[in-house]
Each structure stands twice: as C-alpha cells, then as structure tokens.
Design a protein around this ligand. Structure first.
Ligand SMILES: Cc1ncc(COP(=O)(O)O)c(C=O)c1O
Length: 1027
C-alpha cells in the first residue's frame, strides 16, 4: 500500500473548474488514492489515546505517521454548522453532557442501531474525494451521441451553466411558496410556461414535470378524469419513444386503464367507440417522421376523447403548433433547450393544454397576481388546489419536479430569442438534409417519409454500421439488424458530419455540393410537409427579445437571482424539507463531461463509471436504511412512494394476494402518501393520531383488524411529521405485519435517523429517501429530485424495470414496469449524493443526525418561553424539527401563522413550513449545517416578533393595521413619500441591529392569493404591462 507521504508529493488541485492540475497529474493522484484504504477502515482509525489495547510499536508508528500526514481539507467540520465549543454550550443549555446522552433522551432505545454505521471507501477529504471520483468518471466514455429517442446533446450557454446550474444563488432555492422573496424564479418559471405555451400553441402550461414518460402518465389521467364515466381506454401510437410507452403502461395499471397500441394511420378507432378517453401520438415520431394529425384529432374528438401530442420543443420552433391542429394536451421533454444529457436526467418535462383542462393540470403552475400595494406579482397559482390538499382524491402525486432545469430551459429561450432558436433548428435540419442525401448516395435507404432531425436508415448490416460508428466514438440508435437511427442536434459540426458520412460508407467529398443544395430553412425544405411548416410567430414577448448579449443575459439572471432568498443569503428552516448545505465539492462533478454528456441509452461498455457509482450508491443506501436492495430510478420522493407501493402490490400478487388493496395512512401524513397510494390502485383508510401527535395504535390495530383480508400496506413517516421519535413505531409495524400488511416508511425525515436507527432495523419492508433533502442534492427551487427506494430482500425482484434494463439474453430484469423515463432517473445529480456519503462516511453521517437533532432542540429550548412547542417526547425532546403553536395569537392579537411568516421576511429569513402538518402553526427544521450564530439570529427574530405580537395584545398596536399584518415591507413601501402606519419606517425595515449589515428586501408586498386564483394568468403578462 502507498503511504500518504507519497501522496502528499502529488499535485494538489483537482477538478476541471479549478484547472490548476493537469489531467495526467490528477489521474496519477487519483490512481494512487484508489489503492488507499479509506481513513476509517485503516488499522489506526481510532486515535491511540482512545484505544483500550496497547498498540505495537509498528502500529504506533503507522498511526503517528497517518496523523502527521493527514489532509486538512476534511469535510465534516465544514458540513456541520456548530463548532465543537458551540456544541458543548448548546448541550449545556439543554442539560446534557454529551451528544450521546442527548440522543438517548430523544431516540427510543428500542430502535437504536446495535453498531456503528460503516460505509466502505468513505471519510475522504475534499480533494481526495474529487480525485477518487474522477477515476470513476473516467470509466464513462464520452462518445458523440446521435441516439436521439428523446435525448440529444446540447450546447449549454456558458452564461447559463455558470450562473444558474453552478450557482448556489439559484440551486439552493426552495420551492417558491413564499412569493414575496421568490419573484426571480417565479418570473423565470413563468417564462418557461410562456415558451411551452407559445411553442405548443396551447395556452395553459405548467412549470415543469419530472420527465416525458411520467408526463404522458399525467396526461393519461387528465384524459380519464375529463372523459365520461366508465371510459378507461387510451390509445397510444406505437411510434412513440419506447420508454414513454413503458411508463405510460405502468401508470395505467393503478387506474385500471387499458392501453391500446397500434399505428394511428391504420388503426380502426371506431372499435373504441364508447370507451376511448384519449389518444397519444408523437410529433415527430420516434423514427423522425412528422405526421399530420389534424384528422386524428378530429376522429378522437368525435369519439369523445382528447388528443395528447408528445412534442419536441426544438422542432416546434419551425413546425406547426399542436394546438393549431387540434391537440388538447402537449407534453414532452425540454432537455434540448440547453440542459445536459446527464445519463437521462434531471430534465424538465412540460405539459400544456386547453383552457378546458386548466384546473386539471398536474404539478405547479405559476400565475400572475398583485401585491398589497397593487403591483404585479407572481405566485404559485391555485395553491389551495395543490395535490397534497386533495390527498386521497388526488390523481397525481407531483410535488418536487424539475424547477432548476426548467429555469435553464427558459433562460435558453431568453438568451437565443425567437431568431436564435429558429436558426438553431434550421441548422440542425440542414445537417440532417445533407446526411440524408449522403446516406442515400451511399446506397442505403432513408425510410422516412418526412423528417426534421432524425433519420431511420435501412442498411444491409446494422452491426457493421454500428462497429464503424463506435470506432469513431459515435453512438447511433440500434433499431434492428438492418435498421439504424440517427438524430442530429445543435452540437453537430462539419467534422461530425464527415464522420457520420464515413460511418455509412459515403463520400465526404460530396458534402459541399450536398450542403449547397440543401434547403436553407425548414420552411423551404421538401423533407417537411408544407402544411406543417410553422406560420405563427414564436417567443414574441419582450423577455425573449432583450437579453441576447452575454452582458445583458448575465445581468438579467443576476437581477432575478437578487430577488430570491436562497441558502446563499440565510437559513431556510423549512420543516420536513431539510434545506442543508449543498457543498461545492459535491456539486462540482455534475458538470464534468463524463457525467453530464452521457446518453441514457449509451452502450453499457461506455457507462462503466456510472455503473460503478450507482452500484456504490445502491449498496450504501441499503446500508444506511438497513435494507437489502435499492433502486435510484424514482425522480422524487413521491415517485419513490409510488414505486415502493407498486413493489408491495407486485410481491403480494406473486403470493396469490393480489386482492390486497387497502393502504392505511396516518392523518398526519404528507399529502403525497395518499396520492401515491391511489395511483398504485390502493384504497386509503385514514388512521388517527392522538393528542400528542403519535400514531393512535388502538385505531391502527382496529383498522388493520377490520381490513385484515384486504390489508396491503401502511405508510409511516418517521420521525413523525409532528417532529417526534414515536415510541410506538415498532409496535405499529408489528400490528401491520400481524395482519398481513407490508410497511412503507416515508424517508422525508431520514436526516434524523442516519446512523442512529434505520427503517430496516425498525422492521419496515420498504422506504424511500429524498436525496434532495437528506443526502445533499439541492432543492433547485422545486427540483431536481431523487427519490430512491430501498427494500427488504423479498421485495427486491419487484423494483421497477425499464426497457433498457435487460439481462444478457435480452429478457427484462424486472417484471415490473418503469416509473421514470430513464433507467436511473435523475442520474446526472447522483454524484452529489455519492460524494456526500463518501465525504462523511458512517461516523460523519451519524454526527450529522446528532447535530441536526441538537440544533432543533437548542432552538426549541430558546423559543420555549415565547411560544409553545406542540409535540415533544416524554423527555421534552423533539427530533430534527419542531412545531411552534401560533394558533393562540389569532384570538389574542388577530395574528395568524401567515403574518408571522411574512414578518420573518422583514428579518431576512425564509419562513418555516406553514400550516403543515397542523393548520395555522409553523414547523422549524434548522438542519445540522446552520451555525449557532445563525440559529441564534433566527431565534432573536422570532422572539422579537413575539414582542411585536404582545404590543398588539396589549393594545399598543391596532389589530387591523400593524407591523405583522402589513408585512413584508418592501424598499418601495419603506422609502415611499407618504407613511401613515402606526409604527416607524425604521422598525418596519430594521427591527434588529444585524439587519443593518445584511438586509434582504422582499421585492413585492404581500401577494394577494385570492385575486391570483380568480384571475388566472399563467404566461407572461401582455406587453403593455412592461411598458
Ligand atoms: C413527509 C413527506 N413525504 C413525501 C414528500 C414528497 O417528496 P417529493 O417532494 O420529493 O416528491 C414530502 C415533500 O416535502 C414530505 O415532506
């Protein structure tokens, strides 16, 4: 083994962005590290002073040497906020001597892990981590990808890459539920909706979905809900992308819908009379043909169904909009608007529809409203209609979606503008024309009747063509033994074209002549049906016509960013959301080409790096959760719930228990739990909680007994959504098992569990993790999300499959269908979680849980004399979050939780979670990453607000016109010419001294929710509003 002294001579800096070390030097160092055992696995991991066994002399020397040469860039002390001396004083304030003592008073001993969590190859220092991961990344081969199938390579404008994707000011934002401090991303997401609605020709668009496959599933459900009762048949054209069809079929099962596939051109739709709810067709189709769908739309409408069109945003810049030929819904993936491939995700899907379907749209919708001063303000529209409110009546479980990626796509349109995106589309099409002609000249048959960017080519021997392509580091689509597919994109240059022509045995000398003969635009091309050339204008709004120079673009992005409070500004103490540090080191690898430029269907030989990382992750996540197997496929926590429940159902069916269809869900559960259960075809039965917020075990037992014959599962969140480690969890699990049910554990609160206990240890059968909470993937303003599920061995065969996940003989790896369009979901951000785990290791992650619990209890303790804390255990301890009861202030001062939340914005904080799980309360989760100073600053603000409430209670401030109900205060209001409020301007804006140093101004006054819902406007306001 090499010693650290050898290593310390190696160059230090690692990473493309740092750039100081040559690639070779970095590789050498990484290779050295690869042979090194991680620190915690080395013989001398425990300092001798703490070891009870007398060390041998050589062991002593080794240990001393290791300590002497240890790196300084260790991670845990950067990740955890409180310094060791702070931990000591915080423990003292709580009456404990050690963290262990505090944990013993918090976590029931019956569920504590018997031994320390151990993660292989972990506890690396930051530079070691990057070097180690670089070696793994190098196992991925970055080939030119012309596979298409819904994913293309892109040119990510660097100004967007650096200032959005790599910028914590954007990626650490939370979902914009607090519009006054979220106007930047709300505007950007509204731009996204405008792009989608402009290009699809359908006026109502949402602010992103998870991927194209799940968007097709969402469209199916909208059609089912809109159709006359009993209509459960949905037609899907066979020339949609295979993964889209596969996810659609999965989704249909839970709703009892029948998917009929065929070729829409020859299919006899009359056979579906009285049954048809809708039809799905791809435009262009998976092989590149651009069909005319007007007649199909008419036929589907005549039969009482809706037409769903899977569209491609780039081709829509030059092709007729689906809304113009009668589509009711358009869905698709916005990836090719400047979002990297990332081995399949994360990318934002889109969903646009007619006004008739407006209130059925799944996911989040940004709307335009006004603020208390009468100014225009953006907000999440129809918030009260959100899926979690609909609970068991929900037809979709979308919560976290892909906001960050939607922002990137929107900015791509802003940057290029209508002319720019058209020029890109026309250029792609010119290249495709030249390639089509060259391929035909080489003696092959281009089978397309029409095309934009994709060719289906009949050759004599497809294997030979693929071999020739691979030799040139090119991937083509494998269709069959005599057919290959090629999809071109905006990255294609002359060298690629020449290589492609050679792959098909063509003559590169002829390229110039073919290029000169190619139609310069789609509008003039014979490859596109004349009737389908776009006539309507696109992206006419000023926002798409103003910011085309880099300086202007940079300033626009920054201007929006400055309106939004992110972790770069202050703590975001959102209960159940775990807004922890998203460390820079963890984020750096996601833009390495070896991770970001890999097509999800690239051959296995080229994706060994991903395979290595995903294998590591699957094993490590199973260790963390005490389970036996993992899939990283689900794109969000809610998708994990759905995948987990489907695994349970498939297992039960395999045992002859397929009739089991009851899912017990506690009344305290997050709304996605019942929604996911319904989507998995289960009936929800609600279980009560007692006055202390614990699961009512008597009610659970009674309901489990009542439904004994049909009990499928229970869904438990632990620690509970009330923020307590319930003693009764093991008993609850026993009850459900005794009645034949399986136990699903919602892992949203895993940040309090890691290393202390685990779902598997407690007895659960399956759980999900929210990697975008517990495991450091940033929230991105509402996504990306990654919601892996971990299962016990008996459920492992029922994890979701995928058309691309096949055994050596071509048979599917799982009999259960996929829940995401890509085999490994949002694979492109998995390096974040991998890095988090490898940096911290088992002991580090255990420390994280301890400090998360310490921080919460420290705050609860400081606030206890000012607010009542709603739920704690018998020792007065909360878990990693706690609920402040703000309900009494309604009576005493006319103040509601929302007033406190808005006033907190004046103090420079993002408000905690509001009115969930208990109406009119606030739930605080500080996370381990916040320092004692930041916790104190927040507590000071809350205490100062309590005093402001007292002034109202004591009649010193009027109940209707006071500093709370008028909050937040914008700079315009505070610096306005007139001031007629019963408190000073200075108090409104600078209630505590620290604000003189770090004031964050809400950019609009309180937003009027009712007005926004009544006057729904979901794309950019008309131009006159900007003049
Ligand atoms: C307890 C709980 N379960 C499930 C979810 C859904 O997770 P996601 O938003 O990743 O879909 C959330 C989201 O906040 C949650 O708090």
């Amino acid at each position: 083994m090499l010693s650290r002294s050898t290593l310390s001579k190696a160059p230090q800096a690692v990473g493309r962005l740092g750039g100081a070390m040559s690639r070779t030097a970095a590789m050498q160092r990484a290779a050295l590290l690869h042979t090194l055992k991680p620190r915690h696995q080395q013989a001398s991991a425990v300092p001798e002073s703490e070891s009870s066994v007398a060390p041998s002399t050589s062991a002593t020397t080794a240990s001393l040497a290791q300590q002497a040469l240890a790196p300084l860039d260790t991670f845990l002390r950067r990740h955890n906020g409180p310094r060791p001396s702070d931990v000591e004083s915080m423990l003292q304030a709580l009456g404990f001597k050690t963290l262990d003592e505090m944990i013993s008073a918090t976590v029931p001993s019956s569920i504590r892990l018997p031994s320390e969590l151990s993660i292989p190859e972990s506890s690396l220092a930051e530079r070691e981590l990057l070097a180690h991961l670089q070696v793994i990344a190098q196992k991925n081969k970055v080939f030119r990808s012309f596979i298409g199938t819904g994913y293309t390579d892109v040119v990510v404008p660097k100004v967007i890459l650096r200032n959005i994707l790599e910028n914590p000011g954007w990626y650490t934002q939370y979902t914009p539920y607090q519009p006054e401090i979220s106007q930047g991303r709300l505007e950007s997401l509204l731009n996204y909706q405008t792009v989608v609605s402009d290009l699809t020709g359908l006026p109502a668009a949402n602010a992103s979905l998870l991927d194209e496959g799940t968007a097709a599933g969402e469209a199916l459900v909208v059609c089912l809900n809109a159709a006359k009762k009993g209509r459960k048949t949905f037609f899907a054209d066979e020339n949609c992308h295979p993964q889209t069809l596969a996810v659609l079929r999965t989704r249909a099962e839970g709703f009892g819908a029948e998917i009929v596939t065929g070729d829409y051109r020859s299919f006899d739709f009359d056979t579906l009379e009285g049954r048809l709810a809708g039809a799905l067709v791809s435009y262009p189709d998976t092989y590149g043909n651009i069909g005319e769908h007007k007649a199909l739309a008419d036929k589907v409408h005549a039969l009482g169904g809706q037409l769903v069109v899977v569209a491609d945003l780039m081709s829509l810049t030059v092709l007729q909009a689906p809304g113009e030929f009668g589509a009711d819904i358009a869905i698709g993936n916005s990836q090719r608007f400047g979002v990297p491939l990332g081995y399949g995700g994360p990318h934002a899907a889109f969903f646009a529809t007619t006004p008739a379907n407006q209130r059925r749209i799944p996911g989040r919708i940004i709307g335009v409203s006004r603020d208390a001063s009468g100014n225009r303000a953006y907000r999440l529209a129809l918030q009260t209609r959100e899926q979690h409110i609909r609970r068991e009546k929900a037809s979709s479980n979308i919560c976290t979606a892909q906001a960050l990626l939607a922002n990137m796509a929107a900015m791509y349109a802003v940057y290029h503008g209508p002319e720019g995106v058209r020029a890109i589309a026309d250029r792609i099409h010119r290249y495709t024309q030249v390639l089509a002609a060259a391929v035909a000249a080489a003696g092959h048959t281009v089978e397309n009747t029409s095309y934009f960017d994709t060719l289906r080519v009949r050759v004599q021997d497809a294997e030979k063509v693929h071999a020739s392509a691979v030799a040139r580091q090119i991937n083509l689509r494998r269709i069959d033994a005599q057919t290959v597919g090629v999809t071109l994109d905006e990255t294609v240059g002359r060298a690629d074209l020449e290589a492609l022509v050679e792959v098909f045995g063509g003559d590169i000398a002829g390229i110039d002549a073919l290029a000169a003969a190619a139609a310069p635009t789609v509008a003039e091309s014979s490859a596109v049906p004349r009737s389908l050339v776009r006539q309507s204008a696109i992206l006419t709004h000023p926002v798409f016509n103003r910011y085309h120079s880099e300086t202007e673009m940079l300033r626009y992005i920054t201007q929006l960013q400055n309106k939004d409070l992110s972790l770069a500004n202050a703590m975001i103490p959102l209960g159940s959301c775990t807004m922890k540090l998203n460390a820079t080191t963890e984020l750096i690898p996601i833009t390495w080409p070896e991770f970001s430029q890999i097509h999800p269907f690239a051959p296995k030989e080229q994706t060994q790096g991903y395979a290595h990382m995903i294998d590591d992750l699957e094993r490590d996540l199973a260790l963390i959760t005490g389970m036996d197997a993992t899939t990283v496929q689900p794109n969000s926590g809610a998708q994990g719930e759905y995948a987990g429940l489907r695994a349970i159902r498939a297992f039960q069916a395999s045992q002859g228990q397929g009739h089991r269809n009851i899912c017990l869900v506690p009344e305290s559960a997050h709304g996605t739990n019942p929604a996911s259960a319904v989507m998995a075809g289960l009936k929800v039965v609600i279980v009560k909680c007692d006055a202390k917020g614990n699961l009512d075990l008597a009610d659970l037992e009674a309901k489990a007994a009542k439904h004994r014959e049909a009990l499928s599962a229970v869904m438990i969140t632990y620690p509970s959504t009330f923020g307590v480690f319930e003693d009764g969890v093991v008993r609850a699990i026993e009850i459900v098992h005794a009645h034949g049910g399986q136990v699903y554990m919602d892992g949203a609160n895993m940040n309090a569990q890691v290393g202390l206990t685990s779902p598997g240890h407690m007895g659960a059968d399956v759980c999900h993790l929210n990697n975008h909470k517990t495991l450091a993937i940033p929230h991105g303003g509402g996504g990306p999300g990654v919601g892996p599920i971990c299962v016990k061995a008996h459920l492992a065969p029922f994890l979701p499959g995928h058309p691309e996940l096949v055994n050596a003989d071509g048979s599917p790896k799982s009999s259960v269908g996929p829940v995401s369009a890509a085999p490994f979901g949002s694979a492109g951000v998995l390096p974040v979680t991998w890095s988090y785990i490898k940096l911290l290791g088992g002991p580090g992650m255990t420390s994280v849980s301890q400090v998360a619990i310490l921080n919460a209890n420290y705050m609860a303790n400081r606030l206890r004399d000012h607010y009542s804390i709603l739920f704690t255990n018998a020792n007065g301890m909360c878990a990693h979050e706690f609920i402040l009861d703000t309900r009494p202030f309604g009576k005493s001062a006319g103040v509601q939780a929302i007033d406190i939340a808005k006033r907190l914005q004046d103090y420079g904080f993002h408000p905690p979670t509001m009115s969930w799980p208990v109406p009119n309360t606030i739930m605080v989760e500080p996370t381990e990453s916040e320092s004692k100073e930041e916790l104190d600053r927040f507590c000071d603000a809350m205490i100062a607000i309590r005093e402001e409430i007292r002034e109202i209670e004591e009649g010193k401030q009027p109940r209707e016109n006071n500093i709370l109900v008028n909050a937040p205060h914008t700079i315009n209001v505070v610096s306005g010419e007139t001031w007629d409020r019963p408190y000073a301007r200075q108090r409104a804006a600078y209630p505590l001294p620290y604000l003189r140093e770090r004031k964050f101004w809400p950019s609009v006054s309180r937003v009027d929710d009712t007005y926004g819902d009544l006057n729904l406007m979901c794309s950019c306001p008309p131009m006159e509003n900007y003049q």
